[in-house]
Ligand binder design. Structure first.
Ligand SMILES: *Cc1c(COP(=O)(O)O)cnc(C)c1O
Length: 454
């Protein structure tokens, strides 16, 4: 086996096509096309084997916060690896996971101070769902076994997470393997199922949720929601006040509110956590993607005393939460996550985000006049531009046309990497992105949309 530095790009391409199965990818097409192989990262840029640079427009699958290869994070990782690379949380405690939990407890919504670690967003949600149900069991209500979910929701790709999801194209194949949920319409205002329009509606969609709760009183364990914005569903932004209304209904019907902050957590929507913008405290919250700044897999399911204390009892009562993952609380990931929290403060990142969010809003405005832009949606430094075949009627492009993918391929030729959600172009850069880089991103996307759709 030769040293990896002398392996040619051609050889890497061949091995990739021969041996790697890429996620969410039609491999027949992948094997046919020429692929870019990334070898380095620098700030908001990714660099390939030929030295070409690409602006990382989706923060490496929504994870990157402070840029690639940020010195302080690299140093924290190097320092930790010389102390301890991994030790289990099953039967032992470990330093970094303890400090991280204590630090996180200072910034999570009040009362959410108990952290169950895992290593990705899907597992954080699996844990949330199992925790919610077992909580009901311990509270003497085992018949409360159902979950309320939203159309277009995405909570990950393991079976429990798929069950509470609502994106047909990803999830319908697995229907026979899934558990049933009570699904309600999403507040997807551009394509409102109830025919309302955001400027004049009274959030009638909340009424269907209320009705569902009335009809299923006593059988619901929890409600699962992505707060403020449904990410993978197409950056579907909720109307102001929606989340708060959901919280009120959960309170009224004594249903656990589970918020999935896997995408929105760690500053993405402009506050540390999205639910803080509506003053909402969930009962259980899942965090992952940005937690370790995009460096390493890490996740946590966060809850408070109400849920936690229901699991306490003598050994023989079998109230233990029977769940755990091998790499739970990995010290390397926790050390990077701790340094990342420090950088949030040191760089004054959340405050600096505000003008960038305003700038993004102004830049997005410029897209609305394009002939095939149907809707533009933004929450903080996350945005979606929905392309439509017919702007008057909102008629979508047939998905087989791969309009989003074609726009992103154009962008790539111009030095920007992006990944669409169906017909929606995604803007989700590292939070550290400069105004200048944001302009490059928006200029390239604008030109790419124009070239492909006009
Ligand atoms: C990405 C995502 C997940 C799944 O996280 P993985 O780490 O990919 O398993 C869950 N929920 C939301 C909202 C996400 O965006």
């Amino acid at each position: 086996m030769p040293d990896s530095k002398v392996i040619t790009t051609e050889q890497l391409r061949q091995w990739d096509k021969r041996h790697v199965w890429h996620p969410f990818t039609q491999m027949q097409e992948w094997e046919r096309d020429e692929q870019i192989i990334i070898v380095m990262g620098e700030g908001c840029w990714l660099i390939d084997t030929d030295g070409n640079r690409y602006l990382d427009g989706v923060a490496s699958m929504w994870t990157n916060v402070h840029g690639h290869c940020r010195k302080e994070l690299n140093d924290a990782l190097k320092e930790q690896v010389d102390r301890l690379e991994h030790s289990t949380l099953l039967g032992l405690a470990s330093e970094q996971s303890i400090i991280l939990a204590a630090r996180l407890a200072e910034i999570t919504p009040v009362g959410l101070d108990r952290f169950f670690y895992s290593d990705n967003g899907s597992t954080a949600m699996e844990v949330a769902v199992k925790m919610a149900y077992q909580y009901q069991v311990h509270s003497g209500r085992p018949e409360r076994s159902r979950f309320i979910t939203f159309r277009h929701a995405y909570h990950g790709d393991t079976l429990g997470a798929v069950s509470v999801g609502g994106i047909d194209i990803y999830h319908s194949t697995f229907k026979p393997l899934m558990f049933d949920t009570l699904q309600v319409p999403a507040p997807y205002c551009y394509r409102c199922e109830l025919g309302c329009s955001r400027s004049s509606c009274n959030m009638e969609c909340i009424n269907s949720l209320e009705e569902l709760m009335v009809n299923n009183t006593g059988f619901v364990a929890g409600l699962v929601i992505e707060p403020l914005v449904q990410g993978a569903g197409g950056m579907i932004v909720q109307p102001a006040g929606f989340l708060k209304r959901v919280r009120e209904l959960c309170d009224r019907f004594d249903i656990l509110m589970i918020t999935d902050e896997v995408a929105t957590g760690f500053g993405r929507t402009g506050t540390m956590f999205a639910c803080q913008q509506e003053g909402v405290v969930p009962d259980i919250m899942a965090i992952s993607k940005g937690i370790a700044a995009g460096y390493l897999p890490l996740a946590a399911t966060v809850t408070g005393n109400k849920v936690y204390s229901a699991f306490l009892g003598s050994y023989s009562e079998l109230k233990t939460f029977f769940h755990g993952h091998t790499f739970t609380g990995n010290p390397l990931a926790c050390a990077v996550a701790l340094k990342s929290l420090q950088l949030f403060k040191q760089d004054n990142l959340l405050a600096k985000l505000q003008p960038k969010i305003a700038w993004l809003e102004r830049r997005l405005d410029g897209f609305k006049s394009l002939a095939h832009v149907g809707d533009v949606r933004q929450s903080g430094l996350a945005a979606g531009i929905e392309l439509v075949e017919n702007k008057e009627t909102g008629e979508p492009y047939p998905w087989e046309q791969k309009i989003g993918i074609r726009v992103c391929l154009e962008a790539r030729k111009r030095g920007v990497f992006s990944r669409p959600l169906g017909n929606t172009i995604v803007i989700f850069p590292p939070l550290v992105i400069s105004n200048n880089e944001l302009d490059i991103l928006m200029d390239v996307l604008y030109e790419s949309i124009r070239v492909v759709t006009e």
